[in-house]
Design a protein around this ligand. Sequence first.
Ligand SMILES: NC(=O)c1ccc[n+]([C@@H]2O[C@H](COP(=O)([O-])OP(=O)(O)OC[C@H]3O[C@@H](n4cnc5c(N)ncnc54)[C@H](OP(=O)(O)O)[C@@H]3O)[C@@H](O)[C@H]2O)c1
Length: 252
Amino acid sequence: MFAPDFLAGKLILVTGASSGLGRDFAVAAANYGARILAFGRDEERLAQTLDECPGDGHSRFTDAIESVDEFVKKIRAATKEHGPVYGMFHCAGANTIQSMKGASDRTFDLLYNASVRGTSAIIGTALRKSVMEDGGRIVLMSSASAFKPAQGLALYGSAKAAIAQMANIAAPECAKRGITVNTIAAGNVVTEMHQKYVDGGVNNASERIEAQYPLGFGQPEDVSNLALYLMSPGGRWITGESILLDGGFRPA
Ligand SMILES: NC(=O)c1ccc[n+]([C@@H]2O[C@H](COP(=O)([O-])OP(=O)(O)OC[C@H]3O[C@@H](n4cnc5c(N)ncnc54)[C@H](OP(=O)(O)O)[C@@H]3O)[C@@H](O)[C@H]2O)c1
């Protein structure tokens, strides 16, 4: 689908690289020649991701995103050591099904830290020349639930809506250096997070939810392919967009 070496020599920072969509993208980008700066919390699983990445020059950074200031410091330290990145794919995020009745600081931190604080740190640091090259690409993971309401996802969906709007508003500022910033608003894609979500429902939840997807649940490579496209030469003129990638999802 892409030239075999279209990311050759390019440095790409991936958060949430220890699992699911972040891992799939890191391996896919490395297959096209990228060097990966892999961020995640679980050291062992981050190491597994890098074991799967072909090529040399990949590095890993263990970090729990809890504060904008601390995450900014981590990104700046990583790019000071390795040089400015061409791309950032911000995939770190958590989900839980939560009635508004039970909303608490703990659930806010769980759902907002990586998604909202993390996005702010990613875009904010990318605006520094020492962190991202001119003409760089930022891709952020949002969710279809930011736009198509699903029961129990008010906090999660609102955090994901904040990501999309941050990208939308920051796009002109990023464009001054030729940097694009876009979000992928994905429906259910089969990963660990997805499994916990469908397992958290009542009997046959998976079948019931999948019935709302005319093209069935997504696979991690569906997301990676779009993220790779946004980082390819073809993605040059796309910015500030939130792209729904959801197999035609129609919430019941
Ligand atoms: N799968 C879906 O159906 C779907 C749909 C729409 C959007 N998304 C979004 O896509 C992203 C990736 O999802 P996934 O399905 O790949 O989930 P996943 O397999 O559960 O992976 C989540 C990743 O985020 C990391 N993470 C979570 N909270 C973090 C924090 N506070 N600080 C640092 N890292 C943190 C995890 O790190 P450790 O494992 O190292 O702890 C893990 O690498 C998430 O933002 C999710 O909301 C997923």
